[in-house]
Design a protein around this ligand. Structure first.
Ligand SMILES: [Zn+2]
Ligand SMILES: [Zn+2]
Length: 149
């Protein structure tokens, strides 16, 4: 990372040497400059930093000395191996403990949130509907709860 660089330093736009841009604005400028320039240069973009742009034939040499490549080149070999090792493992979660009614629900093969909601005494709120609709909904909820009690 180029954290040790002064973000308020003026840097030269690689597309147009006449452009002097604050470093912190450079990424934005490059995007715009590449789009709006009359005949934009075909510049290769450094894989380590989008603000490093240069002719393709210079990129290889740049990548060897790029100041932003450190973190990435170390991470890459690791991240390539990790998914394969991690994949078969289950997340380290506690086994799901059922609610108090677990025994009664044993015949229910899988947890069904919709069914649970229908059975429970939770008044479902349903915002975003016209008032009349909501009143109607609340009315039907009350009947539903009454029938359950
Ligand atoms: Zn520019
Ligand atoms: Zn670079």
């Amino acid at each position: 990372m180029s954290t040790n660089k002064n973000p308020n330093e003026l840097v030269t736009c690689p597309y147009n040497k006449a452009h002097k841009v604050l470093r912190l604005r450079l990424a934005k400028h490059l995007d715009r400059c590449a789009r709006t320039s009359n005949k934009p240069l075909e510049l290769a973009i450094c894989p380590f930093s989008t603000i490093h742009r240069m002719p393709a034939h210079e990129l290889k040499a740049h990548m060897l000395i790029c100041e932003d490549r450190g973190a990435m080149s170390v991470e890459e070999p690791q991240s390539a191996e990790l998914p394969a090792q991690k994949a078969p493992k289950m997340p380290d979660l506690e086994p799901v403990v059922g609610c108090e009614d677990w025994d009664k629900d044993e015949d229910v093969p899988t947890y069904n949130p919709q069914a649970y909601c229908e059975k429970s005494l939770i008044v479902r709120s349903n915002p975003g509907q016209p008032l009349a609709k909501r009143r109607e909904f609340r009315e039907s909820e009350r009947r539903r709860l009454a029938s359950l009690q």
